[in-house]
Write a protein that binds this ligand. Structure first.
Ligand SMILES: NC(=O)c1ccc[n+]([C@@H]2O[C@H](COP(=O)([O-])OP(=O)(O)OC[C@H]3O[C@@H](n4cnc5c(N)ncnc54)[C@H](O)[C@@H]3O)[C@@H](O)[C@H]2O)c1
Length: 471
């Protein structure tokens, strides 16, 4: 259910508060509320990934790069030892605070050293504010910066967690990667594909490690689904997310000073969020790729726009989204999002169909599949077909535990020089982002079928890849 009316806990990733109905909270920010591999990731490369040998977008030769030496220290015998990774977080807002929370835990396990924070708004860097959301956070020894450039130039960190709004990136990832800093980037990495490709090129050229913020790949139940499906052909995946405008949180970016929404609820705003499919539906899109070990090949989408007269109070994002994906191995995915206002309703429906079974996310994750001689003389009982794929209870897949595990795997991939710990890379995640950006374009073009390869590379869609003037 939508967490409307209460501040969600740091562990709830995308949840929110009664932002729209309580605009007076806008100034104070009341939250935090709330993998596989493409032509980038699939096939042979994926098999290697599962055997722990490599991960696409992350060639092992890069371990020679000086960036991989940065987090080491030397023991009394003069041997290189991996030390806690010196980490900086950029963007101390709703999600940034969740990362500070996870990184604070990982610091106590000596996996990271939370060395620096950056945010253009001084209040977001104040310990008194951070402690309201992360009681365990300790300010001592944490350097503060107003910009990414200052943070990078300080030499204080080996890796940066980028947690800024997606429309605010202006070359920061490219700059940091160019200085040998490992890149953790929250989704969506930008709202414009040209910029995403430039970010990816910079990461590739620098040879640093990278990861995107798809924490559902670190959920136990969802990983059990992936493993269960490893030897099966997936025909369809359907995910319906019934949300509500009230579910959006009041954010920490001063959008009202930057021509954005006056109430700081930028996830309800198209120019800032890129639509709910880009901002939130990217998670469903990415988890379908993880489950099926496949990539999106084409996209077809139709939205229902919110009536114009409601934009001032409810935001200008669509009220209904229907997105179909064609996957490279021949299966299909469907994501449906609903975002009415005043319903205060939250619900979901998930169903995965493979050639001989139907997987449902019940208290346990279950596959309905008859594995006796078929057809049987008598209709089998429920017990005979109901197979538990992953025993419950399942915690929230988007929650704090999976976020901490995500960050832990990135930090350890760097310090232990084990890129095989990564369940995605920046490059491998482009397929998920291109898919949701193409959904917007398909809708704009009346439901046109968009082949992602052409969307990413073709002249036909070049104008949709570029940041519009003034954006
Ligand atoms: N993986 C998840 O579950 C999840 C959940 C929520 C948000 N997110 C993503 O995290 C990112 C941030 O979202 P949020 O909810 O924290 O938003 P937010 O507005 O609450 O926080 C963003 C922070 O970035 C800062 N910022 C803005 N411009 C900056 C710049 N140029 N340099 C440095 N800092 C800057 C803002 O001051 C603010 O503190 C978005 O990409 C969002 O999609 C991911």
């Amino acid at each position: 259910m939508v967490g409307a009316g209460k501040d969600a806990a740091p562990g709830d990733a995308e949840g929110g508060t009664t932002a729209i109905l309580n605009p007076s909270k806008g100034g104070v920010t009341n939250d935090p509320p709330s993998n596989s591999l493409p032509s980038w990731e699939g096939g042979f490369a994926s098999a290697l990934y599962y055997h722990g040998l490599t991960v696409p977008g992350c060639k092992l030769r890069r371990l020679e790069h000086p960036a991989f030496q940065a987090s080491k220290h030397t023991n009394p015998e003069g041997q290189n030892m991996p030390g806690p990774l010196r980490v900086g977080v950029v963007g101390i807002g709703q999600r940034g605070l969740q990362h500070v929370n996870s990184l604070t835990q990982l610091q106590s396990d000596e996996i990271v050293n939370l060395a620096a924070l950056a945010d253009p708004y001084p209040e977001n860097l104040e310990a008194s504010k951070i402690n309201r959301f992360v009681p365990g956070y300790r300010d001592e020894g944490v350097e503060k910066f107003a910009s990414v450039r200052e943070l990078v130039d300080s030499g204080s960190v080996d890796a940066i967690w980028f947690v800024m709004p997606p429309n605010q990136h202006r070359g920061e990832i490219e700059y940091a990667a160019g200085k040998g800093i490992h890149i953790f980037a929250e989704k969506p990495q930008s709202l414009w594909l040209d910029e995403v490709l430039r970010q990816s090129e910079a990461i590739d050229a620098a040879g640093v490690l990278s990861m995107c913020g798809f924490q559902m790949r670190h959920d136990r139940g969802y990983t059990d689904i992936r493993n269960y499906l490893a030897d099966k052909w997936v025909a369809s995946m359907t995910m319906i997310s019934e949300g509500a405008v009230e579910g959006h949180g009041v954010k920490h970016t001063h959008t009202e000073e930057q021509g954005g929404p006056a109430n700081r609820v930028w996830t309800a705003n198209k120019a800032w969020s890129g639509t709910s499919i880009v901002e939130a539906g990217i998670h469903q899109t990415d988890i379908m790729r993880y489950w099926s070990d496949d990539d999106v090949e084409w996209v077809r989408a139709n939205y229902v726009e919110r009536p114009k007269e409601l934009h001032d109070t409810e935001g200008d994002n669509p009220i209904y989204y229907s997105v179909d994906y064609g996957f490279k191995k021949g299966g299909m995915g469907t994501v449906i999002f609903t975002k009415p206002a005043r319903s205060y309703y939250g619900g979901r429906f998930d169903c995965i169909v493979w050639t001989h079974g139907t997987i449902k996310l019940e208290d346990d994750i279950v596959d309905y599949h008859f594995d006796g001689d078929w057809p049987p003389d008598d209709k089998p009982s429920l017990e005979q077909v109901r197979k538990v794929v992953s025993p419950g209870p399942h915690d929230v897949a988007m929650g704090g535990d999976s976020t901490t595990d995500l960050s832990k795997s990135f930090a350890e991939a760097v310090t232990l020089e084990k890129p095989e710990l990564l369940r995605n890379t920046f490059e491998s995640s482009i397929n998920s982002l291109a898919a949701v950006l193409a959904a917007n374009v398909s809708n704009d073009l009346g439901g046109e079928k968009i082949v992602l390869d052409e969307f990413v590379n073709g002249q036909k869609y070049a104008k949709y890849r570029a940041r519009p003037a003034g954006a």
